[in-house]
Design a protein around this ligand. Structure first.
Ligand code: HEM
Length: 203
């Protein structure tokens, strides 16, 4: 506990706010399950996008297959479909974890600062990437920059910050990758009462 009254007041405020936003579905397992789908969609977008980039700017050392002729149609179809799926997945993921934003103190150590910075980069770059990607499918360019250059650059920012995020969260990801029926926890690590336990307690 800090001696600074302002610090203690803010910590108390943050705790109360997080408690008021707590929900049985806002738990680490949910964050991992949505994160898995989101990660898959991002990887599909990155690989198909990289293929598109290399086709348009082919290096000397790669010879691309010219058959089947509809290959690019498939890879771009996968790209736009997986990219569009990122919208609801990202919103669901943000909804499930945003109470963590209100932690006080906002940064507790260097690794924690790196983690929070990488999440900021990951979320903002992904939001911008999917929004400009979607607008591009309408062949509408309401910005002064080159769509391809920015979309390509952001893809690397997303993959880099995603790798940092996964590395930092690896222990939690491993623990919650599979469903463990007993003792679910909310995002703060507190145990959650399951609906069955709640009903049992009432009867
Ligand atoms: C995390 C999500 C995404 C990643 C990592 C990603 C990555 C990429 C990359 C690397 C390229 C190649 C850029 C180049 O040619 O230099 C590309 C192209 C493209 N992306 Fe995405 N993208 C994402 C989301 C989206 C979304 C949501 C859409 C649309 C709904 C989209 C539509 C397109 C289109 C249409 C192209 C072809 C651009 C052209 O050549 O004119 N992308 N993407």
């Amino acid at each position: 506990m800090s001696d600074d009254p302002l610090d203690s007041a803010l910590a108390d405020r943050a705790r109360r706010l997080q408690r008021s936003l707590a929900s049985p579905v806002r738990n680490t397992r949910m964050a991992v399950v949505i994160g898995r789908l989101l990660g898959l969609a991002v990887v599909l977008c990155f690989l198909t996008g990289l293929y598109s980039h290399l086709l348009q700017e082919p290096p000397d050392w790669i010879t691309f297959p010219t058959r089947p002729t509809e290959l690019y149609r498939w890879t771009q179809g996968i790209h736009v479909t997986a990219g569009t799926a990122i919208f609801p997945l990202l919103l669901a993921k943000l909804w499930s974890v945003y109470p963590r934003l209100f932690a006080w103190p906002p940064v507790t150590s260097w690794p924690n600062a790196l983690e929070r910075l990488s999440i900021g980069a990951l979320v903002s770059a992904t939001l911008l990437e999917v929004v400009i990607g979607l607008i591009n499918t309408y062949q509408w360019y309401p910005w002064p920059f080159s769509f391809r250059a920015v979309h390509y650059g952001l893809a690397w920012v997303i993959v880099g910050s995603l790798l940092v995020h996964v590395a930092v969260k690896l222990p939690e990801i491993r623990e919650h990758w599979r469903r463990t029926a007993e003792e679910p926890e909310d995002l703060s690590g507190e145990e959650i009462e399951t609906p069955a336990e709640h009903a049992e307690e009432k009867s």
